[in-house]
Design a protein around this ligand. Structure first.
Ligand code: A3P
Length: 287
């Protein structure tokens, strides 16, 4: 099929036209947030669909019905994607959504509301690797080129939703007080039940230990890989081709070690360090 790649420019970021349009971005800007809405803010390839599995389970006391009967993009829709306009009225409270938007693009009603946000951060080197393979399987995106070429694209922000550093800076410095919880992909991999307890405390839920264990079991990489409502196997191969690379690919921290040469690593670390040098937060990753 023909590829538009990232041909849609919006407020300083690039997006693919298959999933985004100016109309849906305007719809997102006018979207009316409610105080009980829950949002996971995630830079692409940092665990978005993982949150689309976790949130309905946490919010429904571990009831498996949503994750077994509704595709991830309809059960916890993207704020900025075309699909939201179609299903917005069908979402029941508390509504759970995800967004890849940098903080500066969050709509006015979000700021006026008390909606809560879970921000998921992942090691940028693993994001880059995950994204490199995603560009190969997502037929609507441009070919990533060589790994070295893709490092440059990533560092220059010529990837979906712009620079990772801008995303992290914006959300880390957002003054949302107790409306925001920061969590990392790596913490979730290391001890998912502990991460789930942290999230449920933040959301004011009090699931039993049995429910936490049940949710954790249904949100493992292995289980999600077999869930047709979450593994993108419902999407035609012309759009996402798992024969090139599955969406749920490795699901581990540290895969970057198999991909970066020492020169690439030094170049990458130095660029990220430079971008973040004046920030007051420290990354939980060695640079
Ligand atoms: P890898 O490509 O490194 O495997 P997103 O949903 O934001 O696009 O992120 C996709 C990444 O999250 C992929 O990383 C995918 O495998 C990983 N992922 C999704 N669900 C996961 C889970 N339950 N456990 C660990 N990793 C998961």
């Amino acid at each position: 099929m023909s590829s538009d790649g990232l041909s849609l420019q919006y407020q300083g970021i690039l997006l693919p036209r298959e999933t985004h349009s100016l109309e849906c971005l305007e719809f997102a800007q006018e979207f009316k947030f409610r105080d009980d809405d829950i949002m996971a803010a995630v830079y692409p390839k940092s665990g978005t669909i993982w949150m689309q599995e976790i949130l309905p389970l946490l919010l429904n006391g571990g009831d498996l019905t949503p994750i077994q009967t509704i595709p991830n993009w309809d059960r916890v829709p993207w704020l900025e994607e075309k699909r939201l306009a179609v299903i917005a009225d069908t979402l029941t409270a508390p509504r759970a959504m995800v967004t890849h938007f940098p903080f500066r693009l969050m709509p006015p009603s979000f700021h006026a509301s008390k909606a809560k946000v879970i921000y998921v951060m992942r090691n940028p080197k693993d994001i880059l690797v995950s994204s490199f393979y995603f560009h190969q399987m997502a037929e609507f995106l441009d070919d990533p080129g060589t790994f070295d070429e893709f490092i440059k694209k990533f560092l220059d922000g010529n990837v979906m939703f712009g620079k990772w550093t801008d995303h992290v800076k914006g959300w880390r410095s957002a003054e949302l007080g107790d409306r925001i919880l920061f969590i990392t992909y790596e913490e979730m991999c290391e001890d998912l039940p502990a991460a789930l307890r942290q999230m449920s405390d933040f959301l004011g839920r009090n699931p039993s230990e049995g429910t936490i264990q049940k949710i954790a079991q249904h949100c493992t990489f292995k289980t999600m890989k077999t869930n047709r409502m979450s593994n993108f196997s419902l999407v035609p191969k012309e759009y996402m081709n798992p024969e090139k690379s599955p969406f749920l690919r490795k699901g581990v921290p540290g895969d970057w070690k198999k991909h970066f040469s020492s020169e690439q690593l030094a170049r990458f670390n130095s660029a990220i360090r430079k971008e973040l040098q004046s920030e007051s937060f420290t990354l939980p990753y060695k640079l």
